[in-house]
Design a protein around this ligand. Structure first.
Ligand SMILES: [Zn+2]
Length: 308
């Protein structure tokens, strides 16, 4: 991005160079960091004029990422960065609210399904317990019936057969009683589980309703705040020098708050790249300097600039 800005800036030089093919280009390095004036040096060999960028480079413009002639105050960039950060924060809050509602609704749906499953499991356990209890009862009835028949047995063989049947049914019912007991215990467990799931569902429903009402109340406020800060950005952008604006706008559109970075010590705050002394000097001179590593437009912290 900064490279294209660099070349675009130097295009007029290239055009002039084509009008005077017999001249070569040279630039005066300006130790004071002022505008690098381009002058023509006549009678240089033709092949030396093929690379205008190389011939007009100053010590400064050899630095990658430096638009050495563009100036912008750290104050203007600081303000822009503050506004961009505020916009990013507002946008993330605007997105976060609906996401929280969605997450809450998903939890509610999951718990509703769990409640349904718990109800079905409880229902199945009740049916099983009822069946076992019915079987128990019918065997008890049969035992009573067989006991009544004992006295009316016509033979010892028949008597013994009734007695054996009674013993077998009693044995079967002992097992069945255990099974009924287990089935009733299972019902208790499933009841508790259903109750707990219902309570969780109620809690999550309640929380989700609270989140929804908070988010719905907040969206309007955040949206109007967003509009206000967007207008603030438009105003602040008006303070940018025209020669920087296109590069800045491209960066801001693509990267938002990361288009700008505060210099901490001699390090780019966007990517922690250590800056050269020359880059630091350019920053002190309010030149537009792009980080050679992350490409952000860099600025000095309050109190570090030339006029502060
Ligand atoms: Zn950086």
């Amino acid at each position: 991005m900064h490279v294209s800005g660099f070349f675009r800036f130097h295009n007029p030089t290239a055009a002039r160079h084509e009008s005077f093919p017999e001249d070569s280009l040279a630039a005066d390095p300006q130790p004071g960091g002022e505008r690098a004036d381009i002058r023509y040096v006549p009678a240089a060999p033709f092949q030396n004029i093929r690379a205008p960028c190389a011939t007009v480079t100053t010590q400064e413009s050899n630095q990658p990422g430096v638009l050495n002639l563009m100036t912008v105050t750290a104050e203007a960039l600081r303000e822009l960065h503050r506004i961009h950060r505020q916009l990013a924060d507002l946008r993330s809050r605007l997105e976060r609210g609906p996401r929280q509602i969605k997450a809450g609704e998903a939890s509610v749906r999951k718990l509703e399904a769990e409640v349904q499953q718990a109800k079905e499991a409880l229902q199945r356990a009740r049916v099983t317990a009822d069946e076992k209890q019915l079987l128990l009862k019918s065997r008890e009835d049969r035992i009573e019936d067989l006991r009544g028949k004992l006295n009316s047995a016509n033979s010892n063989v028949e008597f013994q057969a009734f007695k054996d049947q009674i013993a077998a049914d009693e044995q079967a019912n002992l097992v069945m009683q255990d099974e009924v007991f287990e089935a009733l215990e299972k019902i208790d467990e499933l009841n508790s589980a259903l109750q707990a799931t219902n309570e969780s569902l109620a809690t999550v429903q309640d929380e989700t309703a609270k989140i929804r009402s908070r988010v719905e109340g907040e969206q309007d406020m955040l949206n109007s705040e967003l509009q206000r800060v967007q207008a603030e950005l438009v105003e602040a952008e008006k303070n940018l020098p025209a020669d920087i604006k296109a590069d800045y706008e491209r960066m801001a559109k693509a990267r938002g708050e990361d288009a700008l970075a505060k210099v901490e010590g001699d390090v780019c705050g966007g990517c922690y790249q250590t800056l050269t002394t020359q880059m630091m000097n350019l920053l002190y001179l309010s030149r537009a300097v792009f980080c050679p590593s992350c490409g952000a437009m860099m600025y000095l912290a309050e109190g570090r600039g030339r006029d502060e």
